[in-house]
Design a binder for this molecule. Structure first.
Ligand code: GLN
Length: 490
C-alpha cells in the first residue's frame, strides 16, 4: 500500500499505467504475507511488487511501448517473464514509462511525457533518469515497488541504474526469455532487472533464468548445463568462493571526457577490491572505440525491420481522418506511421532503412557486423574463461595476462539536467547516443553486465560525495560471478 501511495504522490511520471489503490493485487499481497508468516513463501519475491517496463506484454494491463501507435493496445497474453514472476508469487506493480520502443537514453522520448529522476542537482533542477528503462529505475529508487523489469539492448537497464543510484543487471543474451517482449533489436535485446540491492536482483534472475521453448534464442537446457559444467571446472569454480579474483581495468574506458566524480568512484572501487585481496590488471579492448558507431548501425537496422509491421492494418492504432478514408493504402500507412511514431523512432527507421539499402549495405551494416566480431574477440582475449558458445577458441595466450572480470564506469558522466537534453535546448540526438559509450560493448558481445551505485568520496572541491554507476562485466554465462563482484562493491 505504501508503494502504491508513493506511485501516486511523487509526480515522477515513472508509470504509464499504475495500480489502483485497492484491488485483486492487494489480496494477492495479503495471501503472500500469510504464507510468509507461516514460513512457506513461494519464493524470495512472494508478494513483492515488481514494476514492468511497458514494452513487456501483460494480459491485465495495457502495453504501449510509450508509443502513440500502441496507445490502445492490451496484449491477449502475458510475456513468459510475467508468468514466471506471478508463479513465484510476485505481483505486477504497474507498467513503467520508457523511451518509445526502448529508443533513447533519458526516458524523454515517451508519448506519455518524460520520466523525472528522484535525485536533483545542487540547484534543485530536475535530472535525467537515464533510459530507456528510466521509469523502472525511478520506481525502484522512489520505493514505488520492490524491484523492476526493464529491457537492455545497448544499456537501457544499466544507464538508468547509474543515473538513479540503483542496481541494474543485463544478463547474458539468451538466458531470460524474450517471448512477449516487444522487439527493438532482436540480436541485442535482453530483459534486465533493477533493484536496490544486488541480492534482490539475483533473487529475480534465478526465477527467470530458464529455458523457454517459445523463444528461439533461449538457451536450451542442454547448453545451460554444458555452460555450468565448464564454469565448475577446477580452474574456474574457485572464483565464486575463494580469493583472489583477477580484476581487469580496460584502459580504453579511461577517456579524457570522463567526469572527475566518475573517475574517482572507479578508482575507489578498484582500491576497495584490492583491499579485499583481489588483484588489479590493466587490459586493452582496442575495438571499444568503434563499438558505439557499430551499435548505432545495427540497432536501428534491426529496429527498422521490426517496426515495419505497425502499419495500422496488421498492427497499431490506425490514424483516423480524411486521408485514411477511401484513399489508396499508402496514405493510410503514412498517416498511421507519421502520427503514431515519435521523432526518435522515425529517425531510427530512416537510419536503419538507409543502412540496409543495397547501395549502403556494404559500407554500414556489413562493416558494423565486422566491428561487432572484433568487440567480441577483444573480450574473449582478456577473459580467462573461454566463451562457452564460441566455435573456435583463442589459443597461445599467457594465462597470466587474463582476468576473471572487468570493472569500469557505466556512463561517462553523472545524470545531465532534463532541461539540457531536450531538442529545444539545442541538444542533438548524437549527444544522447554518447551516454551509451560504455554500455554497448557488452551488448554487442552478449555478455552479462551489472551497474552498481558507488559513492565517490567527498573531495575538497566538490563537497558531498556523488553517486556514480560502476559496471561489472563478465564472460558469457558468468552471470553469478558478475553479481558476486557487484555485491563486493555495494
Ligand atoms: N540508448 C540506447 C538506444 O537508444 C539503448 C537502448 C536500449 O538498451 N533499449 O538504442
Amino acid at each position: 500500500e505504501k508503494c502504491i501511495a508513493n506511485q501516486q504522490s511523487h509526480g515522477l511520471n515513472a508509470f504509464i499505467t499504475s495500480l489502483p489503490r485497492a484491488g485483486r493485487w492487494l489480496d494477492r499481497v495479503k495471501e503472500a504475507d500469510r504464507r510468509r508468516e507461516q514460513g512457506t513463501p513461494k519464493s524470495p519475491v512472494d508478494g513483492r511488487l515488481i514494476s514492468i517496463k511497458d514494452n513487456i506484454c501483460t494480459r491485465d494491463l495495457p502495453t504501449t511501448c510509450a508509443s502513440g501507435i500502441l496507445s490502445k493496445f492490451t496484449s491477449p497474453f502475458n510475456a513468459t517473464v510475467i508468468d514466471q514472476l506471478e508463479d513465484a508469487g510476485a505481483v505486477v506493480a504497474g507498467k513503467a514509462n520508457l523511451d518509445e520502443f526502448g529508443m533513447g537514453s533519458h526516458s524523454t522520448n515517451s508519448r506519455f511525457g518524460p520520466v523525472k529522476n528522484l535525485r536533483r542537482d545542487a540547484s534543485g533542477q530536475d535530472l535525467s533518469a537515464g533510459g530507456s528503462s528510466g521509469g523502472s529505475a525511478v520506481a525502484v529508487a522512489a520505493d514505488q515497488c520492490y524491484a523492476a523489469l526493464g529491457t537492455d539492448t545497448g544499456g537501457s537497464v544499466r544507464l538508468p541504474a547509474a543515473y538513479t543510484g540503483t542496481v541494474g543487471f543485463k544478463p547474458s543474451y539468451g538466458l531470460i526469455s524474450r517471448w512477449g517482449v516487444v522487439a527493438y533489436a532482436n540480436s541485442l535485446d535482453t530483459v534486465g532487472i533493477l533493484g536496490k540491492k544486488t541480492s534482490s536482483v539475483q533473487d529475480i534472475f534465478r526465477i527467470l533464468n530458464q529455458h523457454d521453448p517459445r523463444d528461439p534464442t533461449s538457451l536450451s537446457a542442454f547448453t545451460r548445463s554444458r555452460i555450468l559444467s565448464q564454469l565448475q571446472s577446477p580452474r574456474l569454480a574457485s572464483r565464486l568462493t575463494s580469493k583472489p579474483l583477477r580484476i581487469g581495468v580496460p584502459i580504453e574506458y579511461n577517456i579524457s571526457e570522463l567526469a572527475p566524480s566518475v573517475r574517482r568512484a572507479w578508482l575507489l572501487s578498484l582500491v576497495h577490491l584490492q583491499e579485499q585481496g583481489h588483484t588489479i590488471h590493466p587490459v586493452s579492448l582496442p575495438a571499444t572505440k568503434h563499438a558505439l558507431s557499430a551499435y548505432y548501425v545495427i540497432a536501428p537496422a534491426e529496429a527498422s525491420s521490426n517496426l515495419a509491421k505497425y502499419d495500422g492494418v496488421r498492427y497499431g492504432t490506425r490514424a483516423e481522418g480524411p486521408d485514411s478514408d477511401g484513399q489508396p493504402d499508402g496514405y493510410l500507412y503514412a498517416n498511421t506511421r507519421g502520427s503514431g511514431f515519435g521523432e526518435e523512432v522515425k529517425r531510427r527507421i530512416l537510419l536503419g532503412t538507409f543502412s540496409l539499402s543495397a547501395d549502403a549495405m556494404d559500407n554500414y551494416f556489413i562493416q558494423a557486423q565486422c566491428v561487432r566480431r572484433l568487440v567480441q574477440r577483444d573480450f574473449n582475449t582478456v577473459f580467462a574463461a573461454e566463451h562457452p558458445l564460441a566455435a573456435t577458441q583463442d589459443t597461445g595466450r599467457l594465462e597470466a595476462e587474463q582476468v576473471d572480470i572487468l570493472v569500469c564506469p557505466t556512463a561517462p558522466s553523472s545524470p545531465p539536467r532534463l532541461s539540457d537534453v531536450t531538442v529545444a535546448s539545442g541538444s542533438s540526438p548524437l549527444d544522447a547516443y554518447v551516454n551509451d559509450v560504455f554500455t554497448v560493448p557488452a551488448s554487442l558481445a552478449g555478455l552479462p553486465a551489472l551497474s552498481v551505485p558507488v559513492t565517490s568520496e567527498s573531495s575538497e572541491n566538490s563537497g558531498a560525495g556523488e553517486l556514480a554507476g560502476i559496471q561489472v562485466v563478465g564472460q558469457y554465462g558468468d552471470d553469478e560471478l558478475v553479481m558476486k563482484v557487484g555485491e563486493l562493491l555495494e
